[in-house]
Design a protein around this ligand. Structure first.
Ligand code: BGC
Length: 889
């Protein structure tokens, strides 16, 4: 935000922007050439960074074998150390909305930030910078040096499994947010690993999917966030993606990695593979994928030597990649070869406050008819209803998940806020329905034999349960995802394990146990086998490679513990996959779920609660089981089978003052949206989700989120509907440039809520803008400056995001109706006016012309559309480009 000046105005006077400080007309300085400046995109800096100088020196001391060892990780998360040559290991950690540390499930507790889309909904660049700094502190507390984030793949389709983790459907918003995040992070000496490069917008068949994408959408959409981040924040690492891009895997794609990233953009950092995402020896190294993650013998080591021998690689190729590896390690670790400290918690007050504030700023008020929000906590009798009301919904699933310091539950936070405000009305609660995709993990009711919480695991060397256990340990969760945490050093590459726990039901009845296994697994209850998955064949969605969830009903008595025992190995299942992976064993793991029998009419309970309250706050949505890395959602509808939609209808019929809060990391179908007066999109907001929600419901904070993605009325309206998720391992990005609002506007399909939309508890008025010159020249650094006043004409303080779109009047190639080119969030006290200035340069007008292989600003007029959302344009002004000019970066 760049407030130029600030002045109080009468709230009822209309606003006149001051005239431009620089005058409004300027002579044209556009050179008289067709294509200018000449092709030279980027002149590499003469001066090498200090880290690269050091890397070069260290490289000279290494043997070829040592060099090879640096090109594959040493274990799951670390690069290889060679202490005797002064080379430390650098440790990575996921990423992106927290720093999880070295264990995937149940590791060191960590701060859980709002997910990517929630951060993007703040549209607050300064906030993202601060978030980056705090993530840097967190990464260091886990003794890590590289945070695997931010995720900047675009929201191509509303059901993308990782949409929650990434920022937006718009490349500019994504790129700008990512750049600030990276700058904040790297300022703390922690490397970002911006991911996944590139065109990785879906999870279905993610390792083998061939994405067919034309050059224009590749440049103008999918590579754009990376391009902006490289230009504005120089990320020290880039992570290649799993998929193929136009027939070539991303880790070995010379076009994207060599020609564009390192060539046109002059990228000076390091490229790492996604986990198990390397697909060749020579090609990937030549293309510029420097480090393979995690440790594997599949592609590198002696195969590198063979490739040198047969001429497909040269020692110079190896040196280049090693130099990049050493540059990254030096950037984050210098010469520090001392022992890596243990991971620690670092639960800071200022981080908790930041997360809560980021939550409120991302909270997106979609509708507030009759101003039901904010609610007066002292006088209003509330019913809090819904499947997400009384449980923590903090984040999505997969590698972005972590073990948070704590979570906050909406119901608790609401009760607490009422108490703090001095209200004494009782809050009634009804769950309304359940939305589990899998049965809840059994762990909360489980103990080991001594009665302490957890599961005991006895590990055996080899896959035959032979001899005595080589290790016995306790884990707290019956979600035993052992991808990165089987003690392979002790149990060897083929292992077996027995997990034992004691489950004590609360009630008597016919309860249900669920069991899924990654490798071979059998479940015993009190010594009797109840499920045999030694040879399962039906693939599910949990744990990346697990079976479906198998269920068994059992009569149980309240308070009487039953013994659950799992015998599992890491043999690869289904057996048919062994050929594909060229291996009989991989990682293992299992998950035990449990649900007690119930006889409640949930909807009737909810209706009763709603009827007797002044306002019903109905908290619906999805969660980490439905929205996760590893798979895409199968539908945009709220799960399960329409039960949440029926609940909304029933509650609304019982109480017209119903506020629907939706928690999800991407759009959901809202068939009831026209009828419900108030809808708040609450995303996944990390450990402070409950508190941030209460802050907004009661008006302690004024929500200022704006949608980073369009909410369509139905999935069939979405641009990629006919091209999702592809078939026969091929997905065609057939919608071309027209994703998100670019499609809805051109196709004239009215969305439910447009891109950029979000209300406030106050109202903002936009003054008439002025522009400092009418012509954008081709000179390097040339800009036009737009100045306009924004007033808060309501009674409470609030923040508005001013969005600037450009419409190209006439162009040789088809262009979207409008494209976001700039935005600023401005905080305004009630009655306050501020002037904001927005700067537009060639990037605001250019498009990529594949016929010349350049970006081009074509001569002609450009309308600048200034608005509160993509569909709510408040002011328009224009400027022109007199003579076309082109550039590369
Ligand atoms: C994900 C990455 C993640 C890595 C390490 C991969 O499966 O795609 O985003 O950083 O695992 O967990």
């Amino acid at each position: 935000m760049q407030p130029v000046s600030s002045a109080e105005v009468d709230s009822d006077s209309s606003i006149e922007a001051t005239s431009s400080p620089n005058g409004s007309e300027g002579p044209s300085t556009t050179p008289d050439t067709e294509i200018s400046p000449p092709d030279s995109p980027f002149t590499p800096s003469e001066k090498l960074s200090d880290a690269r100088q050091t890397a070069k020196k260290k490289l000279e001391t290494l043997t070829l074998e040592e060099k090879f060892s640096l090109l594959t990780a040493a274990d799951f998360w670390r690069t290889k150390a060679i202490p005797e040559k002064g080379i430390p290991a650098a440790k990575t950690t996921d990423g992106p909305n927290g720093a999880r540390g070295g264990i995937f499930v149940g590791g060191t507790k960590a701060a859980l930030f709002p997910c990517g889309i929630s951060l993007a909904a703040t549209w607050n660049k300064d906030l993202l910078f601060t978030v980056g700094q705090h993530l840097g502190n967190e990464t260091r507390a886990r003794s890590a040096n590289i945070l695997l984030g931010p995720t900047v793949c675009l929201h191509r389709h509303p059901v993308g499994g990782r949409n929650f983790e990434s920022f937006s459907e718009d490349p500019l918003l994504t790129g700008k947010m990512a750049a600030q995040y990276i700058r904040g992070l790297q300022e703390r000496g922690v490397s970002a690993a911006i991911k996944h490069f590139a065109v990785n917008e879906q999870e279905t068949e993610r390792n083998n999917m061939n994405t067919l994408v034309a050059e224009r959408p590749l440049r103008e959409l999918y590579l754009r966030p990376f391009e902006i981040a490289v230009r504005e924040a120089s990320p020290w690492a880039v992570m290649s993606s799993y998929n193929l891009i136009n027939g070539i895997h991303a880790d070995m794609n010379r076009h994207t990695l060599q020609e564009i990233l390192r060539g046109e953009w002059g990228y000076d950092g390091t490229v790492i593979s996604d986990w198990d995402g390397l697909n060749s020896t020579a090609e990937s190294l030549k293309a510029g994928c420097d480090i393979e993650f995690p440790f594997s013998k599949k592609w590198r080591f002696e195969k590198l030597q063979k490739a040198i021998d047969d001429g497909s690689l040269t020692v110079e190729d190896i040196d280049k990649a090693v130099e990049n590896t050493l540059t990254l390690v030096t950037r984050v670790k210098g010469d520090d070869v001392s022992e890596e400290p243990a991971e620690r918690e670092d639960n800071r007050l200022e981080t908790r406050e930041l997360i809560r504030e980021a939550g409120a700023q991302g909270m997106t008020l979609l509708k507030n008819d009759g101003s039901i929000l904010p609610i007066d906590p002292r006088t209003t009798k509330l019913a809090v209803i819904g499947p997400n009301a009384n449980r923590p919904i903090a984040g999505g699933g997969g590698s972005a998940s972590l073990n948070p310091y704590y979570t906050t539950i909406p119901l608790d936070s609401i009760k607490q806020a009422i108490k703090e405000a001095g209200g004494n009305n009782e809050v009634t609660f009804a769950v309304g329905c359940h939305t589990n995709k899998w049965l809840p993990v059994a762990s909360p009711l489980c103990t080991n034999i001594e009665g302490a919480p957890g599961v005991t695991i006895e590990w055996f060397y080899g896959d035959k349960f032979e001899g005595s256990p080589v290790l016995t340990e306790t884990r707290l969760n019956t979600d035993l995802f052992l991808w990165d945490s089987a003690p392979v050093a002790k149990v060897g590459p083929h292992w077996s394990a027995i997990a034992t726990t004691y489950l004590k039901p609360i009630s008597s009845g016919k309860h249900t146990l669920s069991f899924m296994s990654v490798g071979s697994g059998r479940l015993f209850v009190d010594g009797k086998e109840v499920l045999d998955l030694s040879n399962w064949t039906e693939q599910g969605e949990a744990m990346f490679d697990g079976s479906i969830d198998y269920l068994v009903d059992l009569e149980m008595e309240a308070g009487k513990a039953v013994e659950l025992k799992v015998r599992m190995t890491n043999e690869l299942r289904p057996i048919s996959k062994q050929k594909h992976h060229n291996s009989t064993h991989r990682y293992g793991g299992c998950r035990i779920g449990f649900k007690e029998q119930d006889h409640v009419d949930y909807i009737a309970e909810a209706v009763e609660a709603a009827r007797s309250a002044d306002v019903a706050v109905l908290i619906v949505g999805i969660d980490a089981e439905w929205e996760s890395e590893g798979y895409d959602r199968q539908s945009m509808d709220l799960p399960v089978d329409g039960n949440q939609d029926r609940l909304v209808e029933a509650v609304l019929a019982a109480n017209s003052r119903t506020v629907v809060v939706n928690q999800s990391g991407s759009p959901v179908t809202m068939p009831w949206a026209d009828k419900v007066p108030t809808i708040l999109q609450a995303w996944y907001q990390g450990q402070e989700a409950g508190n941030a929600l209460a802050d907004v419901l009661f008006g302690k904070k004024n929500p200022s989120g704006k949608l980073p993605c369009t909410f369509p009325r139905k999935l069939q309206d979405a641009p990629a509907y006919h091209n999702w998720p592809g078939e026969d391992l091929e997905v065609r990005y057939g919608e071309n440039l027209f994703i998100g609002y670019r499609h809805y506007e051109r196709a004239k399909v009215a969305p439910l809520f447009p891109f950029g939309h979000g209300l406030s508890y106050t109202k903002f008025e936009y003054g008439r803008p002025s522009i400092n010159k009418k012509v954008l020249s081709s000179e390097t650094g040339s800009t036009v400056e737009i100045l306009l006043a924004v007033s808060n004409i309501g009674k409470v303080d609030g923040a508005e995001t001013v969005q600037v779109y450009v419409h190209d009047e006439k162009s040789r190639l088809l262009r979207p109706e409008k494209e976001l080119v700039a935005f600023e969030k401005v905080f305004l006290e009630a009655g306050e006016t501020k002037h904001i200035s927005l700067s537009l340069d060639k990037y605001a007008v250019g498009y990529y012309d594949p016929s010349i292989g350049h970006w081009i600003a074509e001569e002609g007029r450009f309308d600048v559309l200034i608005g509160a959302s993509s569909a709510d344009i408040r002011q328009t002004i224009s400027f022109s480009v007199e003579k076309s000019f082109t550039w590369v970066f």
